[in-house]
Design a protein around this ligand. Structure first.
Ligand code: HEC
Length: 137
Protein backbone atom coordinates (compact mmCIF):
# COMPACT_ATOMS: atom_id res chain seq x y z
CA UNK A 1 0.00 0.00 0.00
CA UNK A 2 1.46 3.39 -0.90
CA UNK A 3 1.15 6.58 1.14
CA UNK A 4 -1.86 7.90 -0.74
CA UNK A 5 -3.75 4.61 -0.40
CA UNK A 6 -2.95 4.52 3.32
CA UNK A 7 -4.20 8.05 3.75
CA UNK A 8 -7.40 7.19 1.87
CA UNK A 9 -7.99 4.17 4.10
CA UNK A 10 -7.46 6.22 7.25
CA UNK A 11 -9.93 8.86 6.10
CA UNK A 12 -12.44 6.19 5.12
CA UNK A 13 -12.15 4.38 8.45
CA UNK A 14 -12.47 7.49 10.55
CA UNK A 15 -15.57 8.45 8.57
CA UNK A 16 -17.08 5.03 9.19
CA UNK A 17 -16.35 5.30 12.91
CA UNK A 18 -17.66 8.83 13.19
CA UNK A 19 -21.00 8.00 11.55
CA UNK A 20 -21.36 4.34 12.31
CA UNK A 21 -20.97 4.55 16.06
CA UNK A 22 -23.77 5.45 18.46
CA UNK A 23 -21.80 7.88 20.64
CA UNK A 24 -22.66 11.11 18.89
CA UNK A 25 -22.72 14.06 21.28
CA UNK A 26 -26.28 15.24 21.98
CA UNK A 27 -26.94 18.79 20.88
CA UNK A 28 -28.68 21.36 23.07
CA UNK A 29 -31.60 23.07 21.38
CA UNK A 30 -32.15 26.84 21.44
CA UNK A 31 -35.81 27.33 22.35
CA UNK A 32 -35.83 31.13 22.35
CA UNK A 33 -39.25 32.39 21.22
CA UNK A 34 -41.21 29.59 22.89
CA UNK A 35 -43.30 30.05 25.99
CA UNK A 36 -41.15 28.87 28.98
CA UNK A 37 -42.70 25.90 30.76
CA UNK A 38 -41.20 25.92 34.22
CA UNK A 39 -39.98 22.92 36.16
CA UNK A 40 -43.10 20.75 36.43
CA UNK A 41 -43.32 18.11 33.71
CA UNK A 42 -46.45 18.67 31.67
CA UNK A 43 -48.56 15.68 30.62
CA UNK A 44 -49.62 17.00 27.26
CA UNK A 45 -47.98 19.04 24.55
CA UNK A 46 -48.40 22.78 25.24
CA UNK A 47 -47.26 23.70 21.72
CA UNK A 48 -49.75 21.77 19.58
CA UNK A 49 -49.82 23.30 16.09
CA UNK A 50 -47.38 26.07 17.10
CA UNK A 51 -45.35 26.95 13.96
CA UNK A 52 -42.34 28.23 15.89
CA UNK A 53 -42.25 25.05 17.98
CA UNK A 54 -42.38 22.90 14.84
CA UNK A 55 -39.48 24.83 13.31
CA UNK A 56 -37.36 24.60 16.48
CA UNK A 57 -38.35 20.96 16.88
CA UNK A 58 -37.18 20.18 13.35
CA UNK A 59 -33.64 21.33 14.22
CA UNK A 60 -33.73 19.53 17.54
CA UNK A 61 -34.91 16.36 15.83
CA UNK A 62 -32.31 16.53 13.07
CA UNK A 63 -29.47 16.97 15.54
CA UNK A 64 -30.55 14.44 18.16
CA UNK A 65 -32.93 11.88 16.70
CA UNK A 66 -32.51 11.66 12.92
CA UNK A 67 -29.38 9.50 13.03
CA UNK A 68 -31.51 6.66 14.39
CA UNK A 69 -35.10 7.56 13.50
CA UNK A 70 -34.30 8.91 10.03
CA UNK A 71 -34.33 12.28 8.26
CA UNK A 72 -37.78 13.88 7.99
CA UNK A 73 -38.97 11.23 10.48
CA UNK A 74 -38.83 8.50 7.83
CA UNK A 75 -37.11 5.57 9.53
CA UNK A 76 -34.51 3.59 7.65
CA UNK A 77 -35.32 0.60 9.83
CA UNK A 78 -32.87 0.74 12.77
CA UNK A 79 -35.39 2.48 15.06
CA UNK A 80 -39.20 2.76 15.03
CA UNK A 81 -40.79 5.07 12.46
CA UNK A 82 -42.13 7.94 14.59
CA UNK A 83 -44.61 9.10 11.94
CA UNK A 84 -46.97 6.42 13.19
CA UNK A 85 -46.94 7.51 16.85
CA UNK A 86 -50.34 8.35 18.33
CA UNK A 87 -50.86 12.13 18.07
CA UNK A 88 -53.10 12.45 21.14
CA UNK A 89 -52.55 12.42 24.90
CA UNK A 90 -51.48 8.75 24.96
CA UNK A 91 -48.86 9.53 22.36
CA UNK A 92 -47.67 12.54 24.37
CA UNK A 93 -47.22 10.36 27.44
CA UNK A 94 -45.35 7.60 25.61
CA UNK A 95 -43.19 10.14 23.78
CA UNK A 96 -42.14 11.79 27.07
CA UNK A 97 -41.41 8.47 28.70
CA UNK A 98 -39.06 7.51 25.88
CA UNK A 99 -37.36 10.86 25.29
CA UNK A 100 -36.73 11.39 29.02
CA UNK A 101 -35.71 7.87 29.93
CA UNK A 102 -34.55 6.43 26.61
CA UNK A 103 -34.76 2.69 26.06
CA UNK A 104 -32.28 0.85 28.23
CA UNK A 105 -32.67 -2.89 28.94
CA UNK A 106 -30.15 -5.18 30.66
CA UNK A 107 -27.51 -2.48 30.36
CA UNK A 108 -28.01 -2.15 26.59
CA UNK A 109 -28.78 1.36 25.39
CA UNK A 110 -31.18 1.05 22.46
CA UNK A 111 -31.99 4.72 22.78
CA UNK A 112 -30.13 7.16 25.10
CA UNK A 113 -32.08 9.17 27.71
CA UNK A 114 -32.38 12.90 26.98
CA UNK A 115 -33.49 14.10 30.41
CA UNK A 116 -30.91 16.60 31.69
CA UNK A 117 -29.69 17.20 28.14
CA UNK A 118 -32.72 18.66 26.41
CA UNK A 119 -35.04 21.12 28.13
CA UNK A 120 -38.73 20.33 28.47
CA UNK A 121 -39.36 23.09 25.90
CA UNK A 122 -37.03 21.38 23.41
CA UNK A 123 -38.70 17.99 24.00
CA UNK A 124 -42.20 19.30 23.32
CA UNK A 125 -40.92 21.23 20.30
CA UNK A 126 -39.52 17.96 18.90
CA UNK A 127 -42.85 16.28 19.68
CA UNK A 128 -44.64 19.06 17.74
CA UNK A 129 -42.38 18.50 14.73
CA UNK A 130 -42.91 14.73 14.82
CA UNK A 131 -46.69 15.17 15.03
CA UNK A 132 -46.53 17.52 12.02
CA UNK A 133 -45.11 14.55 10.04
CA UNK A 134 -47.77 12.11 11.24
CA UNK A 135 -48.90 9.50 8.73
CA UNK A 136 -51.69 6.95 8.95
CA UNK A 137 -50.75 3.43 7.86
C1 HEC B 1 -29.11 5.70 19.22
C2 HEC B 1 -30.33 5.65 18.44
C3 HEC B 1 -31.49 6.51 18.87
C4 HEC B 1 -31.53 7.87 19.08
C5 HEC B 1 -30.39 8.87 18.96
C6 HEC B 1 -32.90 8.18 19.40
N1 HEC B 1 -33.66 7.05 19.42
FE1 HEC B 1 -35.65 6.91 19.86
N2 HEC B 1 -35.56 4.89 19.74
C7 HEC B 1 -34.46 4.17 19.33
C8 HEC B 1 -34.78 2.74 19.39
C9 HEC B 1 -33.84 1.61 19.00
C10 HEC B 1 -36.10 2.64 19.84
C11 HEC B 1 -36.89 1.34 20.14
C12 HEC B 1 -36.61 1.07 21.59
C13 HEC B 1 -37.04 -0.29 22.08
O1 HEC B 1 -36.59 -1.29 21.53
O2 HEC B 1 -37.78 -0.32 23.07
C14 HEC B 1 -36.57 4.02 20.05
C15 HEC B 1 -37.85 4.35 20.45
C16 HEC B 1 -38.37 5.64 20.49
C17 HEC B 1 -39.74 5.98 20.76
C18 HEC B 1 -40.89 5.00 20.98
C19 HEC B 1 -41.38 4.57 19.60
C20 HEC B 1 -42.46 3.52 19.59
O3 HEC B 1 -43.03 3.29 18.48
O4 HEC B 1 -42.75 2.92 20.61
C21 HEC B 1 -39.83 7.34 20.70
C22 HEC B 1 -41.06 8.19 20.92
C23 HEC B 1 -38.51 7.84 20.40
N3 HEC B 1 -37.65 6.79 20.27
C24 HEC B 1 -38.19 9.17 20.23
C25 HEC B 1 -36.90 9.67 20.04
C26 HEC B 1 -36.58 11.07 19.97
C27 HEC B 1 -37.58 12.20 20.05
C28 HEC B 1 -35.22 11.15 19.83
C29 HEC B 1 -34.36 12.40 19.77
C30 HEC B 1 -34.50 13.33 20.88
C31 HEC B 1 -34.70 9.79 19.78
N4 HEC B 1 -35.75 8.91 19.90
C32 HEC B 1 -33.35 9.46 19.64
C33 HEC B 1 -33.23 4.67 18.97
C34 HEC B 1 -32.85 6.00 19.09
Amino acid sequence: MNKIQKLGLTVLLSTVFAYGHGDVVPQPVDTKGLKPLGKEWLETNPYVGNKKAIEIGKHGYEENCARCHGLEVVSGGIAPDLRYLDTGADGDEWFMERIRGGAVRNGNVYMPPFEGILSQEAMWAIRSFIVSKHTEE
